[in-house]
Write a protein that binds this ligand. Structure first.
Ligand code: C5P
Length: 222
């Protein structure tokens, strides 16, 4: 069967990574979490004390270090220069700075280049903010996942609790809204539904239901 490309975009905590991972496993496709790449760069900027507004220094940082993934049976591990940062890049200090790092045109250019390289052979499920619009504009299947802010904050709150990350619910909700605002209003490839993407509102839906809905869309494309 022909290996297609599946682009999944949507706002923060809309369930993109969870369903993308499940779909990739079922289809035996490569999974690419583009948010993790922006997070890894933000982590590096924090480590090296680079100003988040310094576009040139951020690009140099990106060129000087290697961001890589390793797929295990259970999860996708993220590495910077071979050192595992999977948990570190999910911490609040990274989450609250990543949208500033991700707004720069030259940073995005570099990231998109790396992401297109991963996706060029097809057989990929890629999630992010600009996959359907900029990274894989020819993807056979494009999904735009949304959910109410309240539900997204609840999901993230639960996830954080399970990971032992202490968070206040109201603060989390405000941070999600703020990140959505920054991601949707930036000049370069803002978070936006591609014209040919199918929108799924996952509010009140289980993960299984979302996966099934996407599988049905994939089936109509084969
Ligand atoms: O998906 P996740 O929430 O981990 O993404 C973290 C941040 O990375 C987003 O809030 C956004 O600023 C940035 N991002 C982006 N483009 C992508 C993926 C993520 O700008 N394709």
């Amino acid at each position: 069967m022909k290996k297609i490309s599946i682009a999944i975009d949507g706002p923060a905590s809309s369930g993109k990574s969870t369903v993308a991972k499940i779909l990739a496993k079922k289809l035996k496709y490569v999974y690419c979490d583009t948010g993790a790449m922006y997070r890894a760069l933000t982590y590096l900027a924090l480590e090296k004390n680079i100003d988040f507004e310094n576009e040139k220094a951020l690009v140099e940082l990106c060129l000087a270090h290697t961001i890589s993934f390793e797929q295990t049976e259970k999860e996708q591990l993220v590495f910077v220069d071979g050192v595992e940062v999977t948990e570190a890049i999910r911490q609040p200090n990274v989450t609250n700075a990543v949208s500033i790092v991700a707004k720069h045109a030259a940073v995005r250019e570099k990231m998109v280049e790396m992401q297109q390289e991963i996706g060029q052979a097809g057989g990929v499920v890629m999630d992010g903010r600009d996959i359907g619009t900029a990274v894989l504009p020819d993807a056979e299947v494009k999904i735009f996942l949304v959910a109410s802010v309240k539900e997204r904050a609840e999901r993230r709150y639960k996830e954080n609790q399970e990971k032992g990350i202490a968070t206040d619910f109201e603060t989390l909700k405000k941070e999600i809204e703020h990140r959505d605002y920054l991601d949707s209003t930036r000049e370069v490839s803002p978070l936006k539904q591609a014209v040919d993407a199918v929108k799924i509102d996952t509010t009140g839906m289980s993960i299984d239901e979302v996966v099934r809905a996407i599988e049905e869309i994939i089936a109509t494309n084969k």
